[in-house]
Ligand binder design. Structure first.
Ligand code: ADE
Length: 243
């Protein structure tokens, strides 16, 4: 997968050399380019922002450098075209389902806004040549899109084929089936007077699977009733309903 990131703080992305994302890059599974938006400015101050029309606090990112950056990074005639993702608190909520959708794209471009955001005409113009999605990490406001891109790239990269050693873990993890995952334990069997639940040491895989399912349901009901309410009857098996 090809990913381009445009930001006025390219140094933010140094951690993407580390750990499993770094490995995905080294192996060629993830082909990542980070670009300084100021490359596409032409004045001595390399200006990227200006005051908002209509008044109000803060600054807005000017459209010209963004337009030139996208002209440079969108391959002419590419089919499918890249998908432009713009992190923003006004975006649609980022979810595991969106991570899967983005992981299936051959080319993503992330546009990191700062200040009060990017002039809306940049997104409107980009929409004439590629799909554009404004995406929010949650109901809070960050300084800019950089950290949001790191979060989304991590969620997307671990779904790419060959990145996780054991792809089965994708099937069992939180959010995979609309539930939070059950608690996990390792050795020693007793630590600070707390025992690992006996059932996990029983070797009875049927009972263990049932216990994990029940714990996942319990946790989800307590912490995320909204997720439980969204589960379809097909996602709840008959024994779930009995418990
Ligand atoms: N930029 C600023 N706040 C953000 C948020 N909540 N999600 C994504 N990008 C952002």
């Amino acid at each position: 997968m090809r990913v381009d990131v445009i930001s006025i703080f390219p140094d933010y992305f140094a951690p993407l050399d580390l750990s499993l994302i770094g490995k995905a890059r080294a192996s060629g599974v993830l082909d990542l380019g980070v670009h300084d938006l100021r490359t596409w400015t032409h004045d001595v101050h390399r200006t990227v922002d200006d005051t908002p029309y209509g008044g109000g606090p803060g600054m807005v990112m000017r459209p010209e450098p963004w337009g030139e950056a996208l002209d440079a990074l969108v391959p002419p005639g590419a089919t499918p075209p890249p998908r432009l993702l713009v992190p923003s608190p006004v975006g649609v909520p980022f979810t595991q389902a969106l991570a899967y959708e983005f992981a299936a794209e051959p080319h993503l471009i992330f546009a990191c806004g700062r200040y009060e955001g990017i002039d809306q005409r940049v997104l409107a113009h980009a929409e004439t040549r590629m799909p554009v999605t404004e995406v929010s990490l949650g109901d809070y406001v960050l300084f800019g899109g950089e950290v949001a891109v790191i979060v989304m790239l991590e969620a997307i990269t671990r779904l790419l084929p060959g990145v996780l050693g054991n792809a089965d873990s994708l099937d069992e993890e939180s959010h995979a089936h609309g539930l939070l995952e059950a608690p996990v334990y390792t050795k020693p069997p007793t630590w600070r007077e707390q025992d690992v639940p006996e059932i996990l040491r029983s070797g009875d895989h049927g009972r263990i699977a049932r216990w994990r399912r029940d714990e996942a349901l319990r946790r989800t009901a307590a912490r995320r009733p909204d997720m439980l309410a969204r589960l379809s009857t097909e996602q709840l098996d008959k024994r779930d309903v009995a418990t």
